[in-house]
Design a protein around this ligand. Structure first.
Ligand SMILES: C[S@@+](CC[C@H](N)C(=O)[O-])C[C@H]1O[C@@H](n2cnc3c(N)ncnc32)[C@H](O)[C@@H]1O
Length: 288
């Protein structure tokens, strides 16, 4: 892949819905990369350990075109992207089924039966069903499921189906190296790579993680295991809900050796709002 063959489309949001994507952070992310990594990233590797939608990896490659950028697709998002045409077709079929139904309210039992029947038939015929996208169309706002079985077992559905197709994501993965590994195996694999920037955006502790495939709850022990690998250069994303800042304060006080490795970072606070009444603070910690 040559630099010129990177597609010109620069995505500022993930092509398909993805819970926890870092679109609100991209402005800060770009500044941190540009301020700290010279020469378009030549000689650098960027390791997007918790790649999710790949939005950070995609942007890293656009900002630092000469860097080697690795996208750890632990959730199978690449497969979802490859099936955008199928997902669009399913959207059109369901849209047609729900044509006479009022929008944003609970589905009647007849409409629900038609929708579920259509989904079962599609899955039985071998059609790829993107359940994360489906959840956004048919479940209560923010409700997440990890599999089609979980989806079909839901009791209440809504008509929230989007009115337009998703554009294709051609070029989104251009220039990226794909991996699909548990974070510990991935970090072991790349631990001797020189100039390797760690992008760390793990699932937030103490929050619902049901949307993530193969989730196996990311809890305290996994977090502590992750911290064993953290060393500069790194960019760590977190929310106040995850207690990362409290953990760092603890490390500063009680674990001087660890603090030497991970402390004295630059701290950027980002305020995100869920709706007009609820907002929370996110954090980016960067150390080079
Ligand atoms: C907050 S999301 C990352 C979002 C991503 N930065 C984006 O912009 O789309 C956390 C990701 O970590 C993944 N994950 C969970 N457990 C993991 C594990 N053991 N190893 C690697 N990734 C894991 C989740 O599936 C999810 O994709």
């Amino acid at each position: 892949m040559t630099l010129n063959s990177l597609s010109t489309k620069h995505h500022k949001t993930a092509p398909l819905p993805f819970t926890g994507q870092k679109r609100m952070f991209l402005r800060h992310f770009e500044k941190i990369l540009k301020d700290n990594i010279p020469n378009d990233g030549e000689g650098f590797t960027v390791l997007d350990v918790f790649g999710g939608s790949g939005l950070l990896a995609h942007n890293a490659k656009r900002i630092l075109p000469k860097a080697t950028v690795i996208y750890n697709d632990f959730d199978g998002y690449v497969e979802r992207l490859a099936h955008i045409p199928t997902t669009n077709r399913l959207r059109q079929e369901l849209f047609e089924i729900l044509k006479g139904e009022p929008r944003s309210v609970k589905l009647s039992s007849t409409a629900k039966a038609k929708v579920l029947g259509h989904l079962r038939k599609s899955a039985d015929n071998g059609t790829f069903v993107d359940v994360q996208t489906l959840a956004g169309w048919l479940l209560f706002s923010g409700r997440q499921v990890g599999s089609l079985d979980e989806f079909l077992a839901e009791s209440t559905f809504y008509n929230r189906i989007v009115k337009t197709d998703y554009p294709n994501a051609d070029g989104y993965l251009d220039g990226l190296i794909l991996e699909c590994l548990d974070f510990e195996k991935l970090l072991q694999k790349y631990q001797d790579t020189p100039n390797c920037l760690l992008l760390l955006d793990p699932p937030y502790l103490c929050t619902a993680q049901g949307a993530y495939a193969k989730h196996g709850y990311f809890g305290m022990t996994k977090f502590l295991r992750l911290m064993q690998f953290v060393r500069p250069p790194f960019i760590f994303f977190s929310s106040t809900k995850s207690e990362l800042m409290d953990y760092m304060a603890y490390v500063q006080r009680y674990e001087p050796n660890t603090w030497q490795r991970v402390g004295d970072f630059t701290h950027i606070k980002v305020n995100s709002s869920i709706n007009a009444k609820v907002s929370y603070e996110d954090n980016i910690l960067a150390k080079f």
